[in-house]
Design a binder for this molecule. Structure first.
Ligand code: NCD
Length: 325
């Protein structure tokens, strides 16, 4: 694996290998007083976040630190990005300082792919080489997509898969519902692709206004009736309504959205007993999920966060040290 840009680049064996590495790293850290493995000593991981984040940025930083990498965080507001520097120039600068891996979150769909393209091809036209010509380590910079616009968020899908594997014992043949603002959700797209690759049956439940064009070609089924789907689900993933990406009315009111597509306590009772409730966070309690449902024993929201650290450790490990035999 050279970069991690899209879950579409992972086949079932590669995705399973990442999940297995994540499990192994979790076991390796279990009960340790000092949570530090020497695995990535001397490697530098830079997180470059052009959008707000709590979970993703912090868990990449912890993941790097627990494997002894040097981690540096750059945020758009505190860097030269706020002076008008381009994504390419910022990335070139960080790469020249010796970044082995740049983890990027950016509001533009496709930005992580652009970055990877620059890293892989820059220099071929006589310009500066990003990553491939560095005196520091001599190894090219790996790019990880930590969310590009409404496109993809591969490590979120991997940590969701890790959580579903833990809770359900496996993913193949399970029916997973993904509910809410699919149109603006990179989490939904990455999850549909990865869960389908791992053999799950996925159903998207959303109002027609919150579904992207072309959804018919996604490897899933689409429904507009949440109550009808609930009794047959093994897991349900609630999506945040991404109001920061909405310019215009996608539904009549927040209250009407919550009534039709929110996971209320009454609605949660329609799920089978074994069903797992997921949410990538940040949750808007009372909008897409009722507080009591988010805190119930079958909710895995904090387990997702915990798995996020181990999955990101696995991703950094596979990128920087190579997949284990
Ligand atoms: C998600 C994101 O940023 O795409 N959050 C996350 O990474 N856990 C989902 C969201 O913001 O709603």
């Amino acid at each position: 694996m050279r970069h991690l840009l899209s879950v579409a680049d992972l086949d079932a064996a590669e995705a399973t290998a990442l999940l297995d590495t994540s499990d192994r790293l979790r076991e390796a850290l279990l009960g340790r007083e000092v949570r530090k493995l020497p695995t990535l000593r001397g490697r530098t991981v830079i997180t470059m976040f052009y959008e707000n984040s709590t979970r993703t940025r912090v868990s990449f930083e912890i993941a790097g630190k627990w494997m002894s990498a040097d981690t540096v965080n750059v945020s758009a507001s505190g860097s030269s990005v706020s002076k008008g520097e381009s994504l390419r120039d910022t990335a070139l600068t960080l790469s020249s300082m010796g970044a082995d891996c740049v983890v990027v979150r950016h509001p533009a769909s496709g930005s992580a792919h652009r970055l990877a393209h620059w890293v892989d091809t820059a220099g071929s036209t006589g310009g500066p080489r990003i990553g491939t010509d560095r005196a520091v380590t001599g190894t090219p910079t790996a790019i990880v997509n930590a969310g590009d616009g409404t496109h993809e968020h591969p490590t979120q899908a991997l940590l969701d898969a890790a959580t579903l594997r833990d809770r359900l014992g496996g993913i193949a043949g399970r029916r997973i519902g993904i509910v809410g603002d699919v149109l603006h959700s990179r989490v939904a797209r990455s999850n549909v692709l990865l869960l389908a690759t791992l053999g799950a049956e996925v159903v998207l439940v959303a109002p027609p206004t919150l579904l992207p064009t072309g959804v018919e070609s996604w490897p899933c089924r689409v429904s507009h009736e949440l109550d009808a789907e609930l009794p047959a689900l093994d897991a349900i993933m609630m999506l945040r309504v991404q109001s920061e990406r909405m310019h215009g009315g996608f539904f009549p009111s927040a209250r009407e959205y919550a009534v039709r597509f929110g996971l209320s306590e009454d609605r949660a009772r329609l799920l089978p007993d074994h069903a797992v409730v997921l949410h990538p966070g940040p949750m808007i309690r009372g909008m897409e999920i009722a507080p009591a449902v988010a805190d119930a024993p079958n909710a895995a929201v904090l387990a997702q966060v915990r798995n996020g650290v181990h999955v990101r450790m696995a991703v950094l490990y596979h990128l920087l040290a190579g997949a284990p035999e």
